[in-house]
Design a protein around this ligand. Structure first.
Ligand code: AMP
Ligand code: MN
Ligand code: MN
Length: 331
């Protein structure tokens, strides 16, 4: 297993479209705690296979979050795929654990496993790995794959892929947004995808409960050096009624502070685990600390889940980040 720390464009392996063309029943799996790129890429590829007249099963171990219920076909995503498959494709995940039980169950099958991903921390755990860390979203790569498959772009594929590009770039604002991201988004809009719908549904709206949760977490913010961090306890989630994973995007708010190079939010989960969301200003990198703690991500956005109490995990992560930032500063 290898992983590369530098950003690298990787050309699509020509075996990928040819394996898809030959497949009779493909299983496509996206990551747990799915985001807009996970669901958008999964559905976009699913619609492309449907256009080719192929039957595929789309799987995600966790339910599709409500903000993505506007995407066509989301009801067809299953949590526990059944039957047998002659091709398995993993999307938008840098390690096999993040693909959850559908991937683990498929590992025993005598079927080629293809990994399509854009995380710098990717472990190349498939039989064929296409990892393009210059892609702002896995959905950009699926766009390219749809072209290689000679599938004419249609509005369903376009809407799903635009959701992936727009959410992973947070509305074309992240530092990994490229001319290619914008060119692909243009083509997807020309094919009928609705940019405003994606932006409204997936970026601009939140349940009131999430805002109440932020209201409880913001006064708990603390600075450690140039790291701004806060916590979301189980009690806070119970009091506000936020049951979804994570912090509802709070870490994106924290990293906007001028005084912070890095932001972290610790979310207390059941069974003595803590979810850690990290963000970095451009020029800083949190992906390698996430990778060293069993997670992964991008230089500017990464995460991991660690066993232990809130206090233990806070200390572990904050000291690892301090050390990493010292090295990044060249000291
Ligand atoms: P989040 O803070 O959950 O929005 O995640 C930011 C980035 O880190 C995303 O690109 C995720 O793919 C990645 N990431 C988050 N949690 C994990 C994890 N437990 N394992 C691997 N990658 C993760
Ligand atoms: Mn994702
Ligand atoms: Mn992604």
């Amino acid at each position: 297993m290898t992983q590369d720390q530098s950003k690298k464009t990787e050309i699509m392996d020509p075996r990928i479209p040819s394996l898809i063309e030959k497949a009779e029943r493909a299983l496509i799996v996206t990551h747990i705690s799915p985001d807009g790129d996970a669901i958008g890429s999964l559905l976009g590829l699913g619609w492309a296979l449907r256009a080719l007249g192929k039957h595929s099963v789309l799987a995600c171990a966790d339910p599709v979050p409500q903000p993505f219920h506007f995407l066509p076909g989301h009801q067809e995503i299953v949590r526990e795929p059944e039957g047998t498959f002659d091709l398995v494709i993993g999307l938008d995940a840098s390690d096999p654990q993040r693909l959850g039980s559908p991937w683990q169950q498929a590992e025993g099958l005598d079927a080629p496993k293809i990994v399509i991903d854009h995380h710098v921390t990717n472990l190349h755990f498939g039989d064929i790995n296409w990892v393009d860390t210059t892609a702002a979203a896995t959905a950009e790569m699926i766009y390219e794959l749809v072209q290689a498959l000679d599938v004419p772009m249609n509005v369903d594929i376009a809407q799903c892929l635009l959701c992936g590009v727009v959410t992973d770039t947070r509305g074309f604002r992240t530092s990994n947004t490229t001319p290619r991201s914008l060119a692909i988004a243009t083509r997807l809009m020309e094919a009928g995808a609705d940019l405003n719908l994606v932006t409204e549904q997936a970026l601009n709206r939140k349940p009131l409960a999430v805002l109440r949760l932020w209201g409880m977490a913001l006064p708990r913010m603390q600075m450690r050096g140039r790291i701004l961090w806060s916590t979301v306890t189980r009690q806070m989630r119970e009091e506000t009624g936020v049951n979804d994973n994570g912090d509802g995007g709070l870490v994106n708010v924290l990293v906007s502070a001028n005084e912070a190079d890095v932001a972290v939010v610790f979310t207390e989960r059941e069974d003595n685990r803590v979810e850690v969301g990290m963000r970095a200003k451009p020029g800083f990198d949190v992906s390698q600390v996430a990778l060293s703690l069993g997670g992964g991500g991008h230089p500017q956005a990464a995460g991991c889940v660690i066993k232990g109490s809130l206090e233990e995990v806070q200390e572990l992560v904050l000291s690892a980040l301090e050390e990493s930032l010292r090295r990044q500063g060249g000291e």
